[in-house]
Design a protein around this ligand. Structure first.
Ligand SMILES: NC(=O)c1ccc[n+]([C@@H]2O[C@H](COP(=O)([O-])OP(=O)(O)OC[C@H]3O[C@@H](n4cnc5c(N)ncnc54)[C@H](OP(=O)(O)O)[C@@H]3O)[C@@H](O)[C@H]2O)c1
Length: 268
């Protein structure tokens, strides 16, 4: 099924991680097409300012729901508040995410629990909670943010790569289950993108290098993919080679090579 967002003017999208980065770019692009927005992230002040600017510049309605999605009850609370406002979600963008670079045991169990809940559990739960809303439309969509980290395990980002692998697998499987409902489920794999993500994740110099795509180019690729009904969209370079490397070479060899790319500088 092909999705043309421009025909969804006046319908509602829910975007997690709306306060900056790729999520913010989604909000701007969707508002420019006339979609109303439920804005979700932790920073209420940033979301409130965004709501004012989107209403002024694009004339759309916004509902700000400041929640921490690493809290297990947050998705249910979002459903409750959206229902209270009489809003039905036609597009769900599961974008909020966080990373953690460095030795696994260098971060506490709580840090890893929060990361897994935010990156892997919340998207699955939100898809389930908003399933009835999505299926009630003639045509709806979900965009789940994956990562090139899913194509092989990543030592020194072990939990992050695992969390994204969970979403990636879930999202592709769901795309087939929901095809007959007219709900396009897109798995979006951005390559390295210019956002606050790396700084927040404690990133250091690595084989990823410095080149970063713009958030606008990632969102344009995603919305272009929806128009074609693509279930997997990537802006990452070298994914084909990565899949062969990660899928066919011996696992011990693969993880040793990847470890050499992501080992903290102090340990080289
Ligand atoms: N940037 C890249 O190179 C890249 C590459 C591949 C995949 N991705 C994926 O793309 C998605 C967006 O990343 P980005 O690069 O735009 O990162 P970003 O600039 O750090 O933005 C992350 C967003 O998630 C929100 N967020 C973080 N923790 C949250 C929490 N506990 N509860 C609710 N919201 C939370 C942040 O808002 P608050 O701080 O206000 O809560 C922010 O709006 C992520 O899923 C990431 O894994 C990014």
């Amino acid at each position: 099924m092909n999705v043309d967002i421009s025909s969804w003017r006046g319908d509602w999208a829910l975007v997690t991680g709306a306060s900056c980065g790729i999520g913010l770019a989604f909000c701007r692009a969707l508002a420019a097409e006339g979609m109303n927005l439920v804005l979700v992230a932790r920073r209420a002040d940033v979301l409130n300012e965004l709501a004012v600017s989107l209403a002024r510049d694009a004339g759309v309605k916004c509902l700000v729901l400041a929640h921490d999605l690493s809290e297990p009850d947050a998705p249910t609370e979002l459903l409750r508040r959206v229902g209270e406002e009489g809003i039905r979600i036609r597009l769900l963008v599961n974008n909020a995410g966080a990373g953690h670079w460095g030795r696994f045991a260098g971060a506490s169990a709580d840090v890893h629990r929060q990361l897994m809940t935010l990156n892997a559990v919340a998207p699955v739960v939100l898809c389930r909670l908003f399933a009835d809303d999505l299926a009630s439309f003639k045509g709806a969509a979900v965009i789940n943010l994956s990562s090139p980290a899913v194509y092989q395990p990543v030592p020194y980002m072990a939990a992050y790569a695992a969390s994204k692998s969970a979403v990636h697998s879930f999202s592709l499987a769901l795309s087939e289950e929901w095809r007959s409902l007219g709900v396009v489920v897109q798995t979006l794999v951005p390559g390295p993108t210019a956002t606050e993500f790396d700084a927040r994740a404690g990133a250091y110099g690595s084989a990823l290098g410095e080149a970063r795509a713009s958030v606008e180019s990632v969102v344009a690729a995603s919305l272009g993919g929806l128009k074609r009904g693509d279930v997997l969209v990537t802006t990452a370079k070298g994914v084909f080679g990565q899949r062969i490397f990660g899928g066919l070479f011996p696992p011990a060899f693969v993880v040793r090579k990847v470890a050499a790319m992501f080992r903290p500088p102090a340990e080289h």
